[in-house]
Design a protein. Structure first.
Length: 410
């Protein structure tokens, strides 16, 4: 960009000089009248001075009478006192004074002298300024037009390589715009999909509740039969609303709460106890392997929700009489928590989608849950600058690995 601007300015100056020289050579303009008269006066003063200094004032006057017809507007007078300026001294005493009686405007003649180069300079500089301004403002116009299309709802708008030739900074601006547009489109599509999934998840229990109320109106004696279904749907709606509120918190400043010193084992113990209690009717055992204490800085609430959601997800997809193995270990500045089940596993192509809200694997729609557990867990771990991996378990199921930063000696 800097080189281009320099070349335009430098080229305009060189072109101005070249054009001025060409115009002067083509038009061959005459000098201004005042300049010509000044040069003529200077020549005549030298000639009269030579004659007067050699032959006297009378000879100089005779010489003037001979040449005066060729110099209209010029007069020669004598000054015996030689006080006039400029005075031409003579050999016999009196001085001569050459006077130009014509009127010359120095200002107008100065404009006449400067007019041609000024005209050429103005024309060339105007053309250069127009080219330079269009070159400098074209990227701005491109970005402005793209922003207007984006603001009007055209989320497919991209600048692409339109600014690649405009310089490093402007090219990076175009790339940043495209990246922001990509993120905005992804968020918009995710929000639209979230609303569609949310409406579907809410409609199902509401439809069952409405059907149960309709049956009770017709057959009040079926109250005991319907109470269990009604309670199940109410619990499902309550869990759905709670998970949605939790998910929404990660998009606000509320999720950026101050971390504190916590013991992760104290968070794990009640989760493992509740999980064993829930798995007992199906013969599922939740085991734990790890150190007796794990002190780190973080949010106890977020870590509790993340680990609980992953373990509940493992319980829901484990067969009867299976084991859910939970282990924790540290390695330098990293803390790793593995949660492995003995379920059917997850196809590799579908694993990245498990972190999308309301996503459920085909054929598992009847399972309990809202499809928000892993999405909440991923955001909670990301809030701690950690990550989640989905791997194959040694037992054939799915292994969910939570990676968290850890300071040894905390």
């Amino acid at each position: 960009m800097t080189v281009r601007v320099f070349m335009v300015i430098w080229g305009a100056l060189v072109l101005t000089l070249l054009l001025f020289g060409l115009v002067v050579a083509a038009l061959d303009p005459t000098p201004p009248e005042g300049a010509r008269a000044a040069a003529e006066t200077s020549v005549l003063e030298r000639q009269l001075g030579l004659v007067a200094s050699r032959d006297g004032s009378a000879a100089a006057l005779r010489f003037w009478q001979e040449v005066s017809p060729a110099h209209p507007g010029m007069t020669v007078t004598t000054d015996p006192t030689c006080v006039s300026s400029p005075a031409i001294p003579s050999a016999d005493g009196p001085c001569l004074v050459l006077t130009d009686t014509a009127k010359h405007s120095r200002f107008l003649e100065g404009l006449q002298i400067l007019g041609l180069p000024l005209l050429v300079g103005v024309a060339v500089s105007a053309a250069a300024a127009l080219l330079l301004s269009r070159h400098l403002t074209r990227p701005i116009r491109t970005v402005n037009a793209s922003l207007q299309r984006l603001a009007s709802g055209d989320l497919d708008t991209r600048i692409g390589d339109a600014l690649d030739h405009s310089g490093g900074e402007l090219a990076r601006l175009g790339n940043a715009f495209d990246h922001a547009a990509d993120r905005l489109q992804i968020l918009s599509e995710g929000q639209r999909r979230l609303f569609n999934d949310l409406s579907h998840e809410i409609r199902s229990p509401l439809a069952r509740l409405r059907a149960a109320v309709g049956l009770l109106e017709v057959s009040p004696d079926r109250l005991d039969e319907m109470l269990g279904q009604i309670e199940t749907d109410i619990v499902r709606l309550d869990r759905l609303v709670r998970d949605i509120l939790t998910l929404a918190r990660f998009g606000s400043t509320e999720s950026r709460q101050a971390f504190e010193r916590i013991d992760l084992i104290e968070i794990l113990e009640p989760i493992l106890s509740d999980a064993n209690f829930e798995g007992e009717p199906r013969g599922i055992v939740v085991s734990f392997t790890g150190p007796p204490r794990l002190i780190l800085k973080g949010s106890g609430e977020l870590l509790h929700r993340a680990i609980e959601n992953v373990i509940r997800n493992a319980l829901a997809h484990s067969p009867d009489d299976a084991e859910v193995a939970v282990s924790a270990r540290t390695n330098g500045a990293a803390l790793t928590i593995d949660i492995a089940d003995q379920g059917p596993g997850v196809p590799l192509a579908e694993r990245s989608r498990l972190f999308e809200p309301f996503f459920k694997l085909p054929g598992l729609s009847a399972k309990a849950g809202t499809g928000l557990g892993l999405a909440i867990a991923a955001r909670a771990i990301a809030a701690h600058n950690g990550s989640i991996e989905l791997l194959d378990s040694a037992s054939g199921g799915l292994l969910v690995r939570l990676n968290l930063p850890f300071t040894p000696g905390t």
